[in-house]
Design a binder for this molecule. Structure first.
Ligand code: SAM
Length: 327
């Protein structure tokens, strides 16, 4: 399974038949828009959560469907994405909240909303975040080695790269980047930082490139996996996702649908296991839905997208645990 996020934003042509035709022409293209809308099926007057507002592409589609009597509650832990998305959503019933998605139960409780009609989470990073050199997510754009999605707190990638032990660095790069050269990369990093601290992305990318001398047959940049691993660690992405998924059933009304799009095999496994093992969910996608060849050509980021959807079942009719599975 290809689990890498693609550092490319070429939008290409968008066919007018797809909901993407409604979207702003430049920047992040929402992945699997037709499939998201088909599974969520938002209706006029409903309240739907977009747990990852990003550039607002999916929120816009959902807001149009729920109409003026409905509402989209959209979360993002990156305030700059909210500032960027909201002008595009002006006039639509979208309320943006600067928060991590694992805080959703508390957010709904302060709003006295016992459960919403549907929820989308489109995990990972937006093209705008990747393209902003000053955020430090991109190996191809020189910038400070930051990578914090919420810049108001937390440790940066530079803290990890300059302070973790060689063993811990190798472990992190192996686990979150699925990088088989992790030990060698960690050794190169630790040797180099003995002479001079790492401060910027280009510097780190060139050291990683040197640690992996041969060209990867997939054609991806040799630093792709290491940068992905650092971003996941800096933002504590897997713990946030686990916390979010573990309480998701408390946020959705019986009959409501949760749609989660992941870009990394570890994320996809968490989503699959949540929907499989819980007595709260009826799985709607036996296998993850992937983007069509046409969408992958238009939007390279969609190549590693995996969509899973499940319906919140009625707690008065719980599934029965039988033969090691909920049925
Ligand atoms: C892939 S983008 C979403 C794109 C969006 N669906 C669209 O159509 O424009 C993911 C967004 O989720 C945000 N995000 C990632 N992890 C988050 C978390 N734990 N809590 C809240 N927002 C998160 C990122 O800051 C980013 O803006």
């Amino acid at each position: 399974m290809d689990t890498r996020e693609t550092e490319s934003t070429t939008p290409g042509n968008i066919t007018p038949e797809t909901p993407q035709a409604d979207l702003p022409p430049a920047g992040h293209i929402p992945v699997l828009p037709v499939e998201v809308m088909a599974y969520l099926n938002p209706q006029s007057g409903q309240t739907v959560v977009d747990a990852t507002l990003g550039a607002g592409g999916h929120s816009l589609l959902i807001a149009k469907a729920v109409g003026p009597t409905g509402k989209v509650i959209a979360l993002d832990h990156d305030q700059s994405m909210i500032d960027r998305a909201m002008p595009r959503l002006a006039g639509y019933p979208v309320e943006a909240i600067h928060a991590r998605y694992d805080m959703l139960p508390e957010i709904l409780s302060t709003k006295a909303i016992p459960g919403v009609d549907g929820l989308l989470a489109d995990l990972g990073i937006c093209s705008e975040q990747l393209d902003a050199a000053d955020r430090g997510f991109s190996f191809s754009r020189p910038g400070p080695l930051d990578m914090r999605m919420d810049q108001s707190r937390g440790q940066s990638a530079s803290d990890l790269v300059n302070h973790l032990s060689e063993y811990d660095l190798a472990d992190l790069i192996y686990r979150y980047g699925e990088e088989r050269f992790s030990r060698k990369i960690a050794r190169y990093i630790v040797t180099r930082r003995g002479e001079r601290r790492f401060e910027d992305t280009a510097d780190l990318a060139s050291v990683v490139r040197r640690a992996i001398p041969r060209k990867d047959p997939s054609g991806i940049h040799p630093a792709t996996r290491t940068f992905q691993a650092l971003r996941i660690a800096v933002n504590d992405e897997l713990n946030a996702l686990e916390g979010f998924l573990g309480r998701l059933h408390d946020c959705i009304k019986p009959g409501g649908v949760a749609v989660v799009i992941s870009f990394h095999s570890l994320e996809d496994r968490l989503v699959k296991n949540t929907f499989r093992q819980s007595e709260y969910w009826e799985i709607l996608t036996k296998k993850p839905i992937m983007a069509s060849d046409e969408e992958q050509n238009i939007n390279p980021r969609s190549r590693s997208a995996r969509l899973r959807a499940a319906r919140r079942i009625d707690p008065n009719q719980p599934k029965v645990y039988q033969g090691g599975k909920y049925r």
